[in-house]
Design a protein around this ligand. Structure first.
Ligand code: UDP
Ligand code: MG
Length: 321
């Protein structure tokens, strides 16, 4: 490994004015430590302002004037955490030997970045930040998260348990990632699918330092659904299997009906008819919905819309897109 290794810490921010001063203080101190220990030759903090409506961008611009290590990208509108992170990683891929992605709210342990860099210097291309326990989560979030990881893995999506988007990626990992053309991003799944040598760093996830979560339950659910449908088409096969099962059941019912008829009886069947009509109707609608999810994805992908637009940059020598 050459001596002037460049590290970029990519931080997507959406309305994070309450935390950014502290985040900058803590991240800069980690960068300074890495520099003075000679573990990196150059360190940058890249804030990606994801179309915030508060003073986030003014703060970022201010830091870029007072801290030589801070730079910023201001996106023209809110594109969501995953796309904002992509914007930062795309810039990092053209510059850095490694990039760390971390949320702005200091829930992830910034000290772990040092261990990540150590693991990277030791030869790992990807270093996953993994939450040791979910003490700060509600019972509900803990269990829905667990169910999600189980489902995801059962469906063939290879995600690291209790890892979100706090990770280090080497240059070649970043470049490989940039080769993925898809617009529906589920970065934690995409990165682990790359298969480069990886390591894990365990940490305790804290409460958000200030401000509110930008991921309410509805967004979390749609993100989970997105993750599943981005990585697996097995739900489509399960629909066919369900259809087959219903046909088999109906065959049994037909045979039974004929036998009873031949014996000279008719079956009184209002309730059973009503129940099965509703049941089958519901199942068909659900199946259509699942197919619709995939059709919607295909629609979004074929449009090939640009992922984001950069409105302004701060603290960068050359403007980057
Ligand atoms: N974020 C973003 N764009 C959005 C929503 C969130 O860039 O549209 C950023 C946010 O500023 C934070 C990170 O994504 O740095 C994670 O969001 P948050 O902490 O609200 O999610 P949670 O930790 O509650 O899942
Ligand atoms: Mg958070």
């Amino acid at each position: 490994m050459s001596e002037i290794m460049k590290l970029v810490i990519v931080v997507p921010c959406y309305n994070e004015e309450e935390v950014l001063v502290e985040t900058t203080r803590q991240l800069s101190s980690v960068v300074d430590e890495l520099l003075s220990d000679g573990k990196i030759g150059e360190g940058k903090i890249l804030y990606v302002d994801d179309g915030s409506h508060d003073r986030t961008w003014e703060l970022i611009r201010g830091f870029s004037e007072t801290h030589p290590s801070v730079s910023g990208l201001k996106l023209a509108h809110n594109v969501g955490h995953q796309q904002a992170l992509w914007a930062g990683l795309e810039w990092a891929a053209s510059y850095a030997d490694a990039a760390v992605s971390i949320d702005a709210d200091l829930q992830d342990d910034v000290r772990s970045i040092v261990s990540m860099v150590d693991a990277w210097r030791g030869g790992s291309d990807i270093v996953y930040g993994v939450r040791r326990e979910r003490a700060t989560d509600t019972f509900f979030k803990k269990n829905t998260a667990l169910a999600f990881y189980k489902l995801m893995n059962a469906l063939g999506g290879d995600v690291v348990y209790n890892h979100a988007d706090f990770r280090l990626m080497s240059r070649r990992t970043l470049q490989a990632l940039m080769a993925y053309p898809e617009r529906n991003l589920f970065l934690r799944g995409m990165v682990s699918a790359l298969g480069y040598p990886s390591a894990r760093v365990y940490y305790d996830r804290k409460e958000r330092m200030a401000g509110e979560s930008k991921y309410p339950l509805s967004k979390m659910l749609s993100f989970a659904l997105d993750g599943i449908t981005s990585f697996s088409v097995r739900p489509l096969r399960y629909i066919s299997m369900l259809g087959l099962l219903f046909i088999l059941i109906s065959l049994v019912a037909i045979v039974y009906g004929i036998v009873v008829y031949v014996e000279g009886n008719t079956i009184p069947g209002w309730t059973s008819l009503l129940v099965s009509v509703w049941f089958i109707g519901g199942t068909i609608l659900m199946a259509l919905g699942i197919i619709g999810e995939y059709v919607g994805k295909v629609y979004k992908e074929v449009k090939r819309r640009p992922r984001y637009f950069v409105e302004q940059t701060a603290g960068m020598q050359e403007p980057q897109a």
